[in-house]
Design a protein around this ligand. Structure first.
Ligand SMILES: *Cc1c(COP(=O)(O)O)cnc(C)c1O
Length: 403
């Protein structure tokens, strides 16, 4: 089975970890700091604070923004549950915005519509690796005094064109307060488990570090040099030195990984662009470089004589590890039950979900595997498409009269 995502480790990565394991420190040693510096530099941010996971980083970012019980945070309905869960961890309420059906990203007009006096922050997600419309989001956040925290777990290496015309890297935080990365194995680079919060603000950096280590403040106090005082509730969200050794080595390969991801995405687009049954993901149209964490294909369902499940199973049977990203968060039973969401609350995210099928995309995929996916998808389309579709006027036309 070709999975939808997979890490790529080589002997150099293994050697880097082995070297770290033989060194003096195995957790919170010099490699953590070096990894933080190097990732922050690669993204163009002043500070990076590494965490045990991207989820821990999101939680810490919510803490650093002062999000607490009674606050609302607006995020997108189309994301992994970790995004809104971080808000719930802080006792606050996630508010979901519907997506722009073309880009699959949070729709700023929806954000404006769902804002209340309790709104404290917006938490956009660069879904699949495509940067969100940061200009309008930043404007709203500035005007209303909200925090702007980017869930950049899908978008390490993405760039976008700011309203000023300047190209900005996701993670530079030039238009936001914080950005959160994940180093889970399916993401762009991996530390096994791991994550990082980027920021340009020293006050936020300090809070992030505090939260990572139990809320314990190391005071420089010569009268009581032993004294370490817990000043707020924190967690043990530390990452270890040998994980950062892996991350550092992976970081050196990021550009190559991004190029390969793009090549694969372009090969899919080339193959499927003219297939009426399929809708390829939006690429950014000269306004962004997509980081291609995922390839979220959509099925033009009206043109198939079977449902999405049948197509999904047929592809799995062919050894293509397709997936669906994601069930809109408000439709998870926990969110329905706890916050009272219903089917139909997020029409665009739900319509996307009904059509979505994620194709395998990871740098280690060979050309032969990419071809296998393309052939399998073509085969399934051939097999399950309706031979005829009816037009609006009720007449029947032959689908895809092309040979
Ligand atoms: C992967 C991911 C996370 C969290 O990542 P972990 O490192 O697995 O905790 C958060 N948000 C999104 C959108 C993700 O895809």
């Amino acid at each position: 089975m070709i999975p939808y995502g997979y890490h790529w480790l080589d002997e150099q990565d293994v050697a880097a970890v082995a070297k770290a394991l033989r060194a003096e420190w195995i957790t919170q040693g010099p490699l953590v700091e070096e990894f933080e510096r190097r990732v922050a530099a690669a993204c163009g941010a002043r500070f990076g604070v590494a965490f045990a996971s991207g989820t821990a980083g999101l939680h810490a970012a919510c803490f650093a923004a002062g999000i607490q019980s009674g606050d609302e945070v607006i995020t997108t309905a189309l994301t992994f549950v970790a995004t809104p869960n971080a808000v719930v961890y802080q006792g606050a309420t996630p508010v979901f915005s519907d997506i722009d059906p073309r880009t699959l990203l949070i729709d700023p007009s929806e954000v404006a519509r769902r804002a209340t006096s309790r709104t404290k922050a917006i938490l956009p997600v660069h879904f699949a690796g495509l940067p969100c419309p940061m200009g309008p989001l930043e404007k709203m956040a500035r005007e209303r005094g909200w925090f702007l925290i980017e869930d950049a777990a899908h978008a390490l290496g993405a760039i976008w064109r700011a309203p000023s015309g300047r190209w900005e890297k996701v993670g530079s935080c030039s238009h936001s307060d914080m950005a959160v990365l994940s180093f889970h194995p399916v993401k762009h680079i991996t530390t096994g488990e791991g994550g990082m919060v980027l920021t340009n603000r020293p006050d936020l950096e300090e809070k992030l570090r505090l939260f990572r280590h139990h809320g314990i403040h190391r005071r420089d106090d010569s009268a009581e040099p032993w004294r370490q005082e817990m000043v707020s509730l924190g967690y043990n969200y530390r990452i270890s030195d040998f994980q950062c050794a892996l991350g550092l080595n992976q970081l050196g390969k990021l550009e190559g990984f991004l190029k390969r991801r793009e090549q694969i995405a372009l090969a899919y687009e080339e193959a499927f662009r003219d297939v009426e049954e399929l809708i390829c993901p939006f690429r950014g149209e000269g306004e962004a470089r997509h980081a291609w964490h995922l390839y979220p294909m959509q099925l033009n369902r009206e043109r198939f004589r079977v449902d999405r499940g049948e197509i999904f199973r047929a592809l799995r049977q062919e050894g293509i590890g397709v997936q669906v990203h994601y069930l809109p968060v408000p439709l998870h039973s926990y969110y329905r039950e706890r916050f009272g969401f219903h089917d139909g609350d997020y029409p665009h995210a739900e319509a996307y979900y009904q059509r979505a099928i994620t194709l395998p995309l990871f740098p280690r995929m060979t050309d032969a595997e990419v071809d296998r996916v393309i052939r399998a998808v073509r085969g399934v389309v051939e097999k399950f498409r309706k031979p005829w579709i009816s037009s609006k006027e009720g007449s029947l036309t032959l689908c895809n009269p092309k040979p």
